[in-house]
Each structure stands twice: as structure tokens, then as C-alpha cells.
Design a protein around this ligand. Structure first.
Ligand SMILES: CC(=O)N[C@H]1[C@@H](OP(=O)(O)OP(=O)(O)OC[C@H]2O[C@@H](n3ccc(=O)[nH]c3=O)[C@H](O)[C@@H]2O)O[C@H](CO)[C@@H](O)[C@@H]1O[C@H](C)C(=O)N[C@@H](C)C(=O)N[C@H](CCC(=O)N[C@@H](CCC[C@@H](N)C(=O)O)C(=O)O)C(=O)O
Ligand SMILES: Nc1ncnc2c1ncn2[C@@H]1O[C@H](COP(=O)(O)OP(=O)(O)OP(=O)(O)O)[C@@H](O)[C@H]1O
Ligand SMILES: C[C@@H](N)C(=O)N[C@H](C)C(=O)O
Length: 457
């Protein structure tokens, strides 16, 4: 971004100081440790109060700061914009800048697949447009305005990921980004603890259409009844994707490989698509991206090449090599029952001359059904295909109990969250270079630490 401080002040309905016309802001940051020259510092409330870091922000190059009016000790030697609420001000500024740059906007949500679909969609659209996309997983009430403010002036399309774990959050984010296309990847169980049912999750996910432009498109997984029933009440133009033939974009002839998946799309006869990831669920994500590409009139051949050459954000079904030569499928970014079952099923089909070992961490925020959901993973864990199971977390004790009749004690291991190092050590002792391993768990379990130990990184 690049704006004069005076313009930012006016955007926030603050009377600018005369000298602010000469101060250029080139970026915003809520973390003094990541401040770069030309930044506007945004002090936010975390476990601690961001206001206490304003001196550090100035030292690192901040040229101005927001300052909540209920805070004293204002910095006297740094231009400051007094606001009632710094988070709300950040959101207002993000909306202002989005309107100023005025790109077309694709907003993506769903219990799983947001980041993957965002990456795929950005790749498809980048063949024709100057695209900016959500950095990493910046998908909430802080991350979305930050994403808007990272846009270059020549951005033609913004592909933004919208996350939520409470009702009403997507309403706010959808109104902030006012999408031209709103995508729902699927309805799973992520954060179901705060909703009580998948029905309520679907209601909350539909909020993404509340900011959708009148001539905007609602794109959704047509195989999900919770969405097809709600879409009937939505008046926007619609496009569906999925595996059933009733979809506008239907995948056919899916062929899974170790680190890629091929498929065809009924509405693109003669074209064979490929993505560099395993899992039919990722074909669904690709169909969502193709749906957006179709609306943006990207030619099918360009979309085919974009998906084939895709680079997806790390730790989403990412193959890495362990220090003993074993191949590790890292899926450690998050976990919930639908996602875990789909990855276990895909992993179970991968050919290997060695052992096939899975490492599963607790799935968080699942509410009172959590024990049963953990035990339910046993349905897709077949001792004929899985050699050993390593479990991490208190909730995984439920799965351990339901597997003990299927696996001998030497092939079924359970550790506490605090014992990840021991888990990695025991697993490494069992591994040989011929083996393949899949690791998956909730973000909060941090199984990336097990991965780091196995890869010596
Ligand atoms: C408010 C904030 O900045 N939080 C970040 C901060 O957390 P923490 O509470 O530890 O902050 P501190 O107490 O340390 O500091 C307070 C503030 O002061 C700043 N500061 C600190 C030290 C210092 O020396 N200088 C400083 O300036 C500091 O930056 C604070 O502002 O730090 C954490 C570690 O870096 C950050 O992780 C934390 O960021 C929060 C989580 C955040 O929301 N970041 C967004 C940019 C974001 O989008 N993060 C996503 C995660 C999104 C997510 O979980 N999405 C869910 C669904 C949405 C749920 C939503 N309602 C929610 O709760 O998030 C999903 O399922 O996808 C990400 O990075 O992945
Ligand atoms: N369409 C899908 N259906 C089911 N599971 C999926 C789907 N897409 C991805 N997953 C699973 O979810 C994991 C996370 O993928 P991704 O990061 O794209 O989702 P996300 O919605 O962005 O997650 P988060 O909400 O944590 O940001 C993947 O590694 C995979 O296990
Ligand atoms: C960080 C929080 N919003 C989140 O994403 N929790 C899920 C359950 C996770 O830890 O994967």
C-alpha cells in the first residue's frame, strides 16, 4: 500500500494535522517486532496490550500509530491517530483501501479447504489478472483487513480467505470485503464446539453471501445438502461443484497418485486436469477454483496449467523426507473428523514396500461429541493397510481404546501432548527409509514439532 497519513486520517474521520500530508505510509503492522520503515503501527489487544510496544514500533521504523482514546501515556514524538477501538479502525481502513484500489474480490470460506482453495483460485486467476491473495492463514477479523492493506495499487483481483469460529463473524468479514464471488468449500465439524451442530455451522457459513454484490456469484459444494437447501433461499447467481452429476462442474475419472491426482470435468470434455496433491477432497477444492475461473472467463487450458504447476501453502498434504529417508505426509496444519478421515483414507491407498504409519493428534473444539468423534476415526483405520498408529493428546485416548482390538500393543502407541518429543523418538526408532508416515492434528497440538524432529529441522 502507499497512502499519505492525512488520507488515512480522513478515512478514519479524523482531522489530519497539516504536516501529515507529507508523511507517507507504506504498510501497516500490529506487531512492533515486524515493523518496517514507513509503517503505521496498529496496537491491538492480545493477551497483552499492544500499546505498550509503541516505542519499539517507532524504533523499528513506524512513522505513525493508532492510539485508543481510552489509553493515556500517548507517545509525544510519533504522529498518532486517536481512535475509539484500534481493531475497528483497522477494519475501517482495510475497507477504505479496498474501495480505493477497487479490485474484484473472491471470498472463500468452508470448514476445511479455505487455504488450499485460495491458493488454487489465485493460481488460476493469475493467468489472466494481477492477483493478490491472503498471506498464509490471515483469515479473521484481524487478518482480513491486513490482507486488504497488503494490496499493490495495480491489484485487479483479491482472493481472500474468510475464517470464523462464531456466528456473526463472516457477516462482518463479508460486509468488509463485499465479494464479487463467494465460495463455500464444504461443511465439516471445525469449531463445532461453538455451534452445536453442522446445521448451525452451515448457517454461519452462509453469512459469506450477506456482503456479496447483487450481481455476484455464490459458488458452493453441490454435494452438501446443508448448502443446497440454503442456496435455494439465496438470490445470487450460483454455480455448484462436486462429484455428483447434478453439479455445474462435476469431476469424473479421478485417478489418485502418491503426490498428485488426475481428473476430468464434465463441462470441459477432452481436458485432463492434474493437481500436485493427493486426495479426492483436493479435487473438490480444485473444482471450486475452476468455478471461479469460469466466472472470470479464464480459458480452460490456462486453468489446467495453473493447477498442474500449483504451489500450495505448507503442511497441507505436503510430502517431506525424514532423516532416515522415510517419506512423511505432513498434514499438521489442522484437524477435524471429516478432514482426518479423508486424509487417512487417501494415505491408506498409497503404495509402499515398507510400513504405513499414522500419527494423529487431538482434534480440538469439537464439543461434547468430541470423545465419540475421536473414537470414530477407527472406522477408517484398517490394520491391513496401517502398520502402526501413534496417538498424541488426551482425546486420542478414545481412539486408542477403540483400536486396541485391531492393533497389537507394539503397534498402537499413545502419548500426552507434553510427550511429543518422546513420541518422535520412539517413532524414529521404529522407522526405516522404506516407510511412509502421515502426521495430522489440530493446530493447537503443534505436531509440526514431531515433524521437525523427524526431519532434523
Ligand atoms: C491480537 C494479536 O495480535 N494476536 C496475535 C498475538 O497474540 P498474543 O495474544 O500472543 O499477543 P501478545 O499478548 O503477545 O501481544 C499483544 C499485541 O501486542 C503485539 N506485540 C507483542 C509483542 C511485541 O513485542 N510487540 C507487539 O507489537 C502483538 O502483535 C499483539 O497485537 O501474537 C500471536 C503470535 O504471534 C498471534 O498468533 C496472534 O494473532 C492472532 C491469533 C490473530 O488473529 N492473527 C491474525 C493475523 C490471523 O488471521 N491469524 C491466523 C489465525 C486465524 C484463525 O485461527 N482462524 C480460524 C477461524 C477464525 C477464528 C477467529 N475468530 C479467531 O479467533 O482467530 C480458522 O479456523 O482458520 C493465523 O495466523 O493462522
Ligand atoms: N475440501 C476438503 N474437504 C475435507 N478436508 C479438507 C478439504 N480441503 C482440505 N482438507 C483438509 O483440511 C486441511 C487443511 O486444509 P486448508 O488449510 O486448505 O483448510 P483451511 O480451511 O484453510 O483450514 P483452517 O481453517 O485451519 O485455516 C488439509 O490438510 C486437509 O486435511
Ligand atoms: C486457533 C483456532 N482458531 C483454531 O484454528 N483451532 C483449531 C481447532 C485448531 O487448533 O486446528
Amino acid at each position: 500500500m502507499k497512502m499519505q497519513l492525512a488520507e488515512i486520517a480522513r478515512a478514519l474521520e479524523i482531522e489530519p494535522h497539516a504536516s501529515w500530508d507529507d508523511i507517507t505510509v507504506t504498510n501497516v503492522s500490529f506487531d512492533s517486532r515486524k515493523i518496517t520503515a514507513g509503517a503505521l503501527f496498529i496496537p491491538l489487544m492480545g493477551e497483552n496490550d499492544g500499546h505498550q510496544y509503541v516505542e519499539a514500533a517507532k524504533k523499528n521504523g513506524a512513522v505513525a500509530t493508532l492510539w485508543q482514546a481510552d489509553h493515556g501515556n500517548e507517545p509525544v514524538d510519533l504522529p498518532r491517530l486517536r481512535v475509539a477501538d484500534s481493531l475497528k479502525a483497522l477494519q475501517k481502513l482495510g475497507h477504505y483501501y479496498l474501495q480505493k484500489i477497487n479490485p474484484r474480490v473472491v471470498a472463500i470460506t468452508g470448514s476445511n479447504g479455505k487455504t488450499t482453495t485460495k491458493d488454487m483460485t489465485a493460481a488460476v486467476l493469475s493467468t489472466r489478472f494481477h492477483v493478490q491473495k491472503t498471506p498464509a492463514n490471515f483469515n479473521n477479523e484481524i487478518g482480513v483487513p491486513i490482507t486488504c492493506l497488503t494490496m499493490e495499487p495495480n491489484t485487479e483481483v483479491l482472493v481472500v480467505e474468510l475464517g470464523m469460529d462464531r456466528k456473526g463473524q463472516l457477516e462482518l468479514l463479508s460486509q468488509l470485503v463485499e465479494p464479487d464471488a463467494a465460495v463455500i468449500t464444504m461443511i465439516g465439524e471445525a469449531h463445532i464446539e461453538f455451534f452445536g451442530s453442522r446445521d448451525k455451522i452451515a448457517d454461519a457459513k452462509m453469512e459469506i453471501t450477506h456482503g456479496l454484490k447483487e450481481d455476484g456469484f455464490f459458488i458452493y459444494n453441490g454435494d452438501e445438502p446443508l448448502l443446497t437447501t440454503r442456496a435455494a433461499e439465496n438470490s445470487n447467481q450460483q454455480l455448484t461443484f462436486g462429484l455428483q452429476e447434478t453439479n455445474d462442474l462435476q469431476a469424473q475419472n479421478i485417478v489418485g497418485h502418491e503426490s498428485s491426482t488426475e481428473f476430468e470435468v464434465a463441462s470441459y470434455p477432452g481436458l485432463k486436469f492434474s493437481i500436485p496433491m493427493l486426495g479426492t477432497y483436493n479435487v473438490n477444492n480444485a473444482l471450486a477454483a475452476l468455478s471461479v475461473g469460469q466466472i472470470f472467463r479464464v480459458d480452460p487450458a490456462s486453468m489446467q496449467h495453473a493447477l498442474r504447476d500449483l504451489r500450495v501453502t505448507e503442511n497441507r498434504a505436503e510430502w517431506v523426507q525424514g532423516s532416515k529417508g522415510e517419506k512423511i505426509l505432513s498434514d499438521v496444519y489442522n484437524s477435524n473428523p471429516t478432514a482426518a478421515k479423508k486424509v487417512i483414507e487417501a494415505f491408506s491407498q498409497i503404495k509402499t514396500d515398507g510400513q504405513r504409519i499414522i500419527v494423529l493428534g487431538d482434534m480440538l473444539e469439537l464439543g461434547e461429541a468430541s470423545p465419540a468423534m475421536h473414537a470414530g476415526l477407527a472406522e477408517v483405520i484398517d490394520p491391513a493397510q496401517i502398520s502402526s498408529v501413534y496417538l498424541c493428546g488426551d482425546l486420542m485416548e478414545n481412539l486408542a481404546d477403540s483400536l486396541q482390538n485391531k492393533f497389537a500393543p507394539e503397534h498402537l502407541h499413545h502419548y500426552g501432548v507434553a510427550d511429543k518429543e518422546l513420541l518422535a523418538r520412539d517413532l524414529s526408532a521404529e522407522l526405516t527409509g522404506n516407510d511412509i508416515v502421515m502426521i495430522k492434528g489440530s493446530h493447537g497440538i503443534a505436531l509440526e514439532k514431531v515433524l521437525a524432529q523427524l526431519t532434523n529441522s
